[in-house]
Design a protein around this ligand. Structure first.
Ligand code: PHE
Length: 462
């Protein structure tokens, strides 16, 4: 195998993997999912699912990647034979499709950065009207999402260490700092405490079936699980590293950023008298409100700074999404890394166009007859993340349980963590991967497919 490059060590890997995890999923998607699903009730379930299912899946993915040292397809193929290779291909497809719509939303964030810093967004009378106008503006969307894809490809071309790792090192801590400062400020606004209550005091009667699968999909999406991103990143990790503690750090960082994003957004929602149930528009409508209260100059600086950092967070995620198919073509097909990166990036950009035009710009994309009249963006994001990622995690566990074997998993995990074998953690991870995930996520995956396409909730009236 040619030299594929490696992360520079423990911190480099954690930063890059946490960079993949932390992104629009935490700051854009998590608050609106929580807002639509009862606030604190969603938060509690989300945290529970993350510990119960996602941490073991993350450990499993990184272990598979590091064991083989190749892309997602080749890893499954090598450990499990041809049939299991398909699971790797499925992950690569999910990566491509997730990137296609993710890049559109990242384009909005980029546009907001420019409109706040250099335009007059903060003078708008209604931020929700502005957002509705903004998402149907063809040229703005086209240019900004194109720029975003271009920058992503540019960094991926540079390779693992110089590109991906260097980018994460600076941007992640900066995002965290600005988030905390904004929270402190937002808590001083009138009626902020109503938002805090909505967000941290769970009303368990709010828990419905849909809360459960929204939280499940969100947990997998937010941690970049179920499609081979962490297999790919794990393949660049050296054998000395302790996978279990690295995965724990990534999980905690990701959860903390999502939690903090909610702690910023809900006080703002309530202090502005808005509804938490606005879907994908939520942060784009609510956040400008806080920047406006800071006055014209400070508002532009802090508001622009925030959206710029959000772009960086999204960038470390788009990089990891693009890296999955790139690694496949480089490892398996032996194609030139630079060339394939540009070809893939431009193709994914084109695949994303229907999602980009589906928020009102083009009717046939905005209202899909076979998907209850909902948008292409909803369709792609629900099919390839909410449904496919937990399914991918489930299949990965079945792969470990029935093919690779938990004994080999333990072997790989003990490399870099000599105390692992015989520990409680080993017993826990093995039981969850062998029994709990295949059964629970298996049932769950079937149910969510029925629900999304045929409407399970109508059947049970809940
Ligand atoms: N975890 C990323 C986010 O929260 C999105 C992502 C999903 C990235 C799957 C890679 C793989 O923004």
């Amino acid at each position: 195998m040619a030299n594929r490059g490696n992360f520079s060590g423990r911190i480099g890997f954690i930063l890059a993997a946490a960079g993949s995890a932390v992104g629009l999923g935490n700051i854009w998607k998590f608050p609106y999912e929580a807002g639509e699903n009862g606030g604190a009730a969603f938060l509690v379930i989300y945290l529970f699912l993350t510990f119960l299912f996602c941490y073991p899946v993350m450990v499993g993915e990184i272990a598979i990647g590091r064991k083989v040292g190749l892309d997602a397809y080749s890893s499954y193929r090598k450990l499990g034979g041809k049939g299991w290779g398909l699971l790797g291909l499925f992950g690569i497809l999910c990566g491509i499709m997730i990137l296609s719509f993710y890049n559109v939303v990242a384009g909005w964030a980029f546009g907001y950065f420019l409109e706040i810093s250099f335009g007059s967004l903060l003078d708008e009378p209604s931020f929700s009207d502005f957002f509705s106008r903004y998402v149907v503006d063809f040229w703005d969307n086209l240019i900004f999402s194109f720029c975003f894809m271009f920058i992503t490809a540019f960094i991926v071309v540079k390779g693992v260490q110089r590109g991906i790792e260097a980018a994460s090192r600076i941007m992640m801590p900066a995002l965290l700092i600005i988030l905390v400062l904004l929270i402190v400020y937002s808590l001083t606004l009138p009626n902020a405490m109503a938002g805090v209550r909505f967000y941290v005091l769970p009303d368990l009667t709010e828990i419905k079936l849909s809360t459960l699968y929204s939280a499940m999909g969100q947990a997998f999406f937010s941690l970049s699980l179920g499609m081979g991103a962490l297999i790919t990143y794990g393949s660049y990790l050296d054998k000395k590293q302790n996978i279990l503690s690295a995965a724990a750090s990534i999980t905690v960082v990701d959860m903390s950023v999502a939690f903090l994003a909610g702690l910023l957004i809900f006080p703002l929602v309530f202090s502005q008298g808005q509804s938490p149930e606005q879907g994908p528009a939520l942060v784009f409508v609510v956040l400008p409100g806080i920047f406006k209260t800071m006055g014209p100059i400070l508002g532009k600086i802090i508001g622009g700074g925030f959206f710029l950092l959000l772009c960086f967070a999204a960038l470390t995620s788009t990089i990891s999404l693009l890296e999955v198919p790139v690694a496949f073509f480089v490892d398996k097909m032996k194609v030139n890394r630079k060339l394939i990166t540009w070809i893939l990036a431009m193709s994914v950009f084109v695949i994303g166009l229907p999602s980009m035009l589906s928020l009102g710009a083009v009717d046939s994309f905005s209202s899909l007859p076979f998907y209850q009249g909902r948008s292409t963006l909803d369709f792609v994001s629900e099919l390839f993340s909410d449904i496919s990622l937990p399914l991918g995690g489930c299949l990965m566990s079945i792969f470990i349980a029935t093919r690779w074997g938990t004994a080999d998993l333990s072997e790989e995990l003990a490399t870099g963590n000599p105390n692992y074998k015989g520990s409680f953690l080993e017993a826990y991870i093995n039981v969850i991967i062998k029994y709990v995930i295949p059964v629970v996520l298996g049932i769950f995956s079937v149910m969510i497919i029925i629900e999304k396409f045929f409407g399970l909730e109508k059947l049970f009236g809940n």
